[in-house]
Design a protein around this ligand. Structure first.
Ligand SMILES: [Zn+2]
Length: 197
């Protein structure tokens, strides 16, 4: 966002408010002193808050975020930045620390344990994990998929292709349809060639 614009928006939105704008006193409405060159009449944090709540600012921010994320290249670059930022030793340590605190303060509490470890909760969790992993597979084909990967030892991706080839509407099914159409066309063509002589 353009800095001049947002300062302008903050000033315009709050110009009528005497609370914070008394620049002569050189202090923000919250009591913090402000420098003589300060143009908004706000300290840094009040200015940020004012800018954030100024009319139209939120909409413009969201609009520009939406525009950026509509661009696949931007999205990919953003994901890459995030991946790098979250894999530094510092970030990993911080994440681990938050996890420990979360366990200590919340997850190990008896009332939370009673809730999360109840048979009902476990069953729900299991069902939602299954749904996440096997959501692509119709319920009546899941046993078949399990047999393919567990008993027949077929790699999961291959087993999925086998099942999907049977499910109308999937990419694999479309591929197979095309392949069998092409085969039918080729056989027809060959027959016609033979019959021509
Ligand atoms: Zn302030």
């Amino acid at each position: 966002m353009d800095m001049t614009n947002s300062v302008g928006a903050a000033r315009a939105a709050f110009a009528s408010e005497k609370r914070c704008a008394d620049a002569a006193a050189r202090s923000c409405g919250c009591g913090k002193p402000i420098g003589p060159k300060n143009q908004t009449g706000y300290c840094r944090s009040c200015c940020a808050r004012a800018k954030f709540h100024a009319p139209g600012v939120r909409e413009r921010r969201l609009e520009s975020i939406r525009r950026n994320f509509a661009d696949p290249a931007y999205r990919a670059a953003h994901a890459e930045r995030l991946r790098i930022a979250s894999s530094t030793p510092k970030a990993i340590a911080a994440r681990r620390q938050r996890g420990r605190e979360q366990y200590r303060d919340v997850l190990s509490r008896p009332d939370v344990l009673a809730r999360t470890q109840s048979p009902d909760a476990r069953q729900k969790r299991g069902a939602s994990i299954t749904e996440a992993r096997l959501g692509w597979c119709p319920a009546d084909r899941r046993e078949e998929y399990r047999v393919l990967i567990m008993t027949k030892k077929i790699p999961a991706a291959e087993a999925r292709r086998i099942i999907e080839a049977e499910i109308a509407g999937t990419l694999e099914h479309g591929r197979r349809e095309i392949a069998s159409n092409e085969l039918a066309a080729r056989l027809r063509h060959e027959r016609q060639q033979r019959e021509a002589y």
